[in-house]
Design a protein. Structure first.
Length: 95
């Protein structure tokens, strides 16, 4: 008979990918605001599936749609948006 400690069981449970991704999605906001080129590049460095909105201003109606979708799908994707001119210039965003 093998005796397994409670700590071992809990550790195994917390290490499963599903639990970790669910906890990550619930731990903070459902989206990030990328306010600089450094923030943008750091966000892109992740290998998780990500969706980024590029907007010229905070008042863009599509930004509000992105935030709403992020609230619904944050367990499946990482979301972010930016209005930073340096990021918009880098990706070639035009009106």
């Amino acid at each position: 008979m093998k005796i397994v400690s409670y700590r071992t069981i809990v550790s195994h449970f917390l290490l499963s990918d599903g639990i970790i991704s669910t906890m990550r999605s619930k731990a903070g906001p459902s989206y990030r605001v990328l306010s600089s080129l450094a923030d943008y590049e750091k966000f892109l460095a992740h290998t998780d599936h990500s969706i980024i909105g590029y907007f010229e201003s905070e008042s863009n109606a599509l930004k509000n749609d992105l935030v709403r979708v992020a609230d619904q799908l944050s367990e499946k994707f990482r979301f972010a948006y930016t209005t930073a001119k340096e990021v918009l210039d880098k990706v070639g965003h035009t009106k």
